[in-house]
Write a protein that binds this ligand. Structure first.
Ligand code: ADP
Ligand code: ZN
Length: 622
């Protein structure tokens, strides 16, 4: 630390306040820090935005030597290090972007005990050369970030993480802390085993993110739906839109840009330089929309992402929860929105069937997908279902679409039987298999060239479903497919009876279906859960400011933008919105008073204190 130190040894709380400018720990932070600072191992499960970084940063400062941080995210290491340097922590990284002489210098700093924290990727850490280097250095701890990557059955497996098991033997006296924002019980167990952390203490936080509003809506011209969402609820705000394919990423970004929504594409097919530039712009500019494949986002700790939209169905709840968790890290109201339809189910099932994986892999992928579909089709609280998936009980949340406007359900048993009969008749009597369009035409008795040619009007099931509209039949089919009562197979998604169809056909099971909401209602935003996610001291919305205060806030933001430009760091690394709001409300007249605002630590106070007081002075005068 190059922050001026007071004489007595630091306590964790001193560091929290002096270095980071925060007044109290959140959730399990204090207990975790205690455990690791005392030399014990810890396995930490905490949702995105919960505050995992401090759990290893503070122990690394408390213990002699350097804390090693293992992270898969080479592209973000420079930013992570810059954020630490901004508060006066001596941090560096070792990765392939460094020139040999730069890496050499970092290694020398490590050996000389001049680093508090050193970031590196797992593949580098396990090289004999690196292990040898580390054995010659004094290590405060080893933190394994995104530790779920070690789990083979999780959603984000990275083979390089497997090698980290050597750490147990290589550094038996160095405390290890494994952290992740996504873990079911199975992943949690696997993580602990593979990282050989049998003796670790486990800290499992609540996974709830109360400030995020979860909404899943039937797909119906999804880009238009997305545009409506952005214009009506998130105009001018930062967001991430996830698409499955590179092509749809490109097209959606262009489509939005043509409608005056500043949007950039991000996917693995773009040149590395372009990707890096788009990522940097997303972090540094206000109000950009990133349209991306899942290649984007891990480790992005931009706090003010206001919405995450999915235009395609994610493969698993783990993935969905991690992606949506990138919204609202600052605790402010945010939206997780998804449009999903029958074709998504067909596509995802086909991906699994066509994949190279073993049978066990495919079975695993199918059960992940089924859980995701159950979430999409649930008629009860989405949050209860999500948290239940992570083994956590909860009550209906009041801040998801099914809570805000409970779906109307109806008895769809007969409708399901009609669909199944149509599929069976076509198959048995004609040896014909069709996709959803033709099945619905048969049910409706809708003449077309194809139905005439195939003489479908001679079938006993012709026209037996005229009580529902085409749109309603599509909704029924989607719900039946999600539940495995109907199955869509092959490249064209031809329909066959699904594994769950038996009891329905025999009249033994009732099929409860939900009416689709058309058009999607504007949601009464369950605003105002700020603070709930992280307890006291959490950001309040800048909208809570009064008129005169808003101008001061804007003046501070303008100042922040100019500082960020000059230093070439993202604005939130200068100060977060929450901290600026705190400054406006406190109206400090002295640097001493400014130092008590949450988020203002010693280094930033020394660096920016005078400038802020100046901005406040002229804003209040003006
Ligand atoms: P995670 O890695 O779990 O997603 P971070 O470590 O990035 O979360 O923390 C999320 C945000 O919360 C950061 O802006 C961080 O500075 C802030 N934060 C963490 N702990 C505290 C605390 N005790 N008090 C106030 N803010 C905190
Ligand atoms: Zn709910």
């Amino acid at each position: 630390m190059d922050v001026p130190t007071s004489a007595p040894p630091d306590s964790a709380l001193d560091l929290l306040s002096r270095v980071f400018g925060y007044e109290s720990f959140r959730g399990n932070q204090a207990a975790i820090i205690d455990r690791v600072a005392g030399g014990g191992d810890a396995v930490v499960l905490m949702p995105t935005g919960g505050g995992k970084s401090l759990c290893y940063q503070i122990p690394a400062l408390l213990r002699p030597g350097t804390g090693i941080v293992v992270s898969p995210l080479i592209a973000l290491m420079a930013d992570q290090v810059a954020a630490l340097e901004a508060v006066g922590i001596r941090a560096a990284y070792l990765n392939s972007t460094l020139e040999p002489y730069e890496a050499e210098a970092v290694e020398q700093q490590l050996l000389a005990g001049e680093l508090d924290l050193l970031y590196m990727a797992p593949e580098r850490l396990v090289l004999p050369r690196t292990l040898d280097l580390l054995s010659r250095a004094r290590l405060a701890l080893i933190a394994i970030d995104e530790a779920h990557c070690v789990s083979q059955w999780g959603h984000d497996f990275r083979p390089d993480y497997m090698g980290l098991s050597v750490l147990a033997d290589a550094f038996p006296s160095v405390p290890r802390i494994a952290l992740t924002a996504t873990a079911t019980r199975a992943t949690h167990r696997e993580m602990t085993e593979r990282l050989r952390m049998e003796g670790a203490e486990h800290f499992v936080s609540s996974f709830d993110r109360p400030n995020i509003q979860y909404r899943i809506t039937p797909k119906d011209r999804p880009r238009e739906q997305l545009l409506r969402l952005i214009r009506s609820e998130h105009a001018g705000e930062a967001g991430i839109v996830y698409c499955l394919s590179r092509r749809s990423v490109e097209q959606t970004a262009e489509w939005l840009a043509a409608r005056d929504i500043p949007a950039l594409p991000y996917h693995a097919g773009l040149e590395a330089r372009v990707r890096a530039e788009h990522q940097a712009r997303f972090l540094r500019e206000d109000g950009l929309v990133m349209v991306a494949t899942i290649a984007f986002g891990m480790g992005i700790d931009k706090p003010d992402v206001r919405f995450v939209a999915h235009l395609d169905l994610p493969k698993s709840i783990e993935g969905y929860y991690q992606e949506t968790g990138r919204a609202g890290r600052d605790g402010q109201p945010s939206t997780a929105w998804m449009a999903y339809g029958m074709q998504d189910v067909v596509n995802q099932r086909r991906f699994i069937d066509d994949s190279e994986g073993s049978d066990a892999f495919k079975r695993n992928a199918r059960s992940h997908l089924d859980a995701m579909l159950a979430l999409c089709e649930t008629v009860t609280c989405r949050r209860v279902q999500l948290l239940g998936y992570f083994g956590q009980d909860s009550q209906a949340c009041g801040n998801c679409d099914t809570c805000l406007s409970p779906p109307v359900t109806w008895d769809g048993t007969v409708a399901a039987q009609k669909i199944l009969s149509a599929i069976i008749r076509l198959d048995r009597e004609r040896e014909q298999r069709f996709g959803s369009g033709q099945i619905i035409d048969v049910l409706l008795g809708k003449e077309s060239e194809r139905s005439t040619r195939s003489r479908h009007h001679e079938l006993s099931v012709w026209g037996i479903g005229q009580e529902l509209s085409e749109r309603e039949w599509r909704s029924v089919l989607r719900q039946l497919t999600a539940r495995g009562i109907v199955e869509a197979v092959g490249d064209y998604g031809v329909l066959v009876t699904g594994p769950q169809s038996g009891p329905v056909l025999r009249g033994e099971a009732k099929v409860e279906l939900a009416e689709d909401r058309v058009p999607e209602p504007r949601q009464g935003r369950g605003r105002g859960s700020a603070g709930a996610a992280g307890g006291a001291g959490r950001a309040r919305a800048a909208e809570s400011l009064e008129e005169g205060q808003k101008e001061v806030f804007e003046a501070l933001r303008a100042w922040r933008t100019s500082v960020a430009k000059e230093k070439q760091i993202p604005p939130y690394m200068v100060f977060s919105d929450a901290t600026l709001v705190g400054v406006v409300e406190a109206r400090p007249a002295t640097t001493g008073a400014l130092g008590t605002v949450s988020g203002v630590g010693a280094k930033k106070l020394a660096e920016y204190g005078e400038a802020i007081l100046e901005v406040l002075g002229s804003a209040h005068a003006g």
